[in-house]
Ligand binder design. Sequence first.
Ligand SMILES: *[C@@H]1O[C@H](CO)[C@@H](O)[C@H](O)[C@H]1NC(C)=O
Ligand SMILES: *[C@@H]1O[C@H](CO)[C@@H](O)[C@H](O)[C@H]1NC(C)=O
Ligand SMILES: [Zn+2]
Length: 435
Amino acid sequence: MDINLIYFLIFFFPISFCDCIKFYNYTLYRGIPVDAKHLEYFQNLTEVEYVNFWRLPGRLFKPVDLVVDPEHKELFLKEANNLGLYITTLIEDVQKAFDKQSVKQYIRRKMESFDWNDYYRLNDIYEWLRDLANTYPTEMKVNTIGRSHENREILAVEITLKGSKMRSKVIVEGGIHAREWISPAFVTYFINELIHAPYSNDTEFKDIAMTYEWFFVPVLNPDGYEYSHTNNRMWRKNRNQMGSVDLNRNFDHAFGTTGVSFRMSSDTFCGLRAFSEPESQAMASFIESKSQQLEYYFAFHSYGQYMIMPYANLKAHVENFDTVYKMCSEAKTKIAEKYNTAYTIGTAFDTVGYMTSGVSGCWVKAKLRVPYVVTFELRDSGYHGFSLPPEKIRPTCLETMDGVLSLLKPRTKTYARLEGKYNYDSGVTTNRQIT
Ligand SMILES: *[C@@H]1O[C@H](CO)[C@@H](O)[C@H](O)[C@H]1NC(C)=O
Ligand SMILES: *[C@@H]1O[C@H](CO)[C@@H](O)[C@H](O)[C@H]1NC(C)=O
Ligand SMILES: [Zn+2]
């Protein structure tokens, strides 16, 4: 073949050289460990490369969700059967489920071409954010807070509505885990609702919108998010070529102590030291720069339908746990109103069943003494998992917004701060929350 023709083909048809992994005939299974042997077996499976965990093993009776490749399904089912471990099939063919997650293109300056009926690539999200900021230049700003390993921008959105009381600050984190596509989808929804709050007839919502200064980082892991679109839909971590890191294990709180792996190939590899990654560093500096009167920190993940409260590395309920638990209970009721979606509340240990460390929200609460920190695991409870179909995006956004607004209802006249120092030995502080 003519060499020029070959260049032509490579240049114009790069898509044919795409090395996207396809997951045809990969199956999502659920097992409920009911004795120690079962847990040990799942734990062993976290070391093998033919299994991808969607829900890690933790405690007895907590469901474990895992995808097994076609070549090992028979072996897996046989081993499970020998251990008396009961396995159900959640998704027969994971690729078919992923194929239903339509990804739409945003058309520049056509705001209505961005909606919550489809998913979007990173650049489309970023262009939409910039166009929205241009539409509301006095209320909304988009700033670059840092760059990823592959030099992509990490964008933060600032919103302060006209006539706002600016009593305290709220930070919203999204997209720290690449494959959890519903997270950036919800955060963009949140931004869109907020910027339009002044035109809403809902006076309570309007009042909440005018109470705070708002900050959003919709996609904290831009490389990973893109990679989950272009190469591997099950990708979770960042794209550090030296060994990709789970950014939500890389923050400087109880770093490397529990629920992490030091194997670089592991999905929960925490990095070689706290804040080793540009993405977690950028986020930490950004949060620190807004730490005065910072009252709320929300992080959005999927899946499982949990509201998880600090601290992920402790079994104990410490500091203002009871206060925040009560707030979450009210939010849970609100969330259930529209579609009956059932949430579970507690620490990581209480909810997902295992402890972890280096988590962003825990660092925010321990170090910066932010009183209200909640990590959401959005829909669903495992029926679709990460392959949540596009028609579920909007309902998820609607119900989650109800829950978040319930949490944000001002409970005191002024900013409530968390007094006392976090005790790094026990995690137990003697001081309670003072308002
Ligand atoms: C998937 O598995 C089924 C049953 O084992 C088999 O019949 C089918 O050919 C497989 N499909 C693909 C695309 O490998
Ligand atoms: C887990 O792995 C260890 C070490 O290879 C092995 O001795 C043990 O039997 C395994 N446990 C189960 C339940 O498969
Ligand atoms: Zn996550």
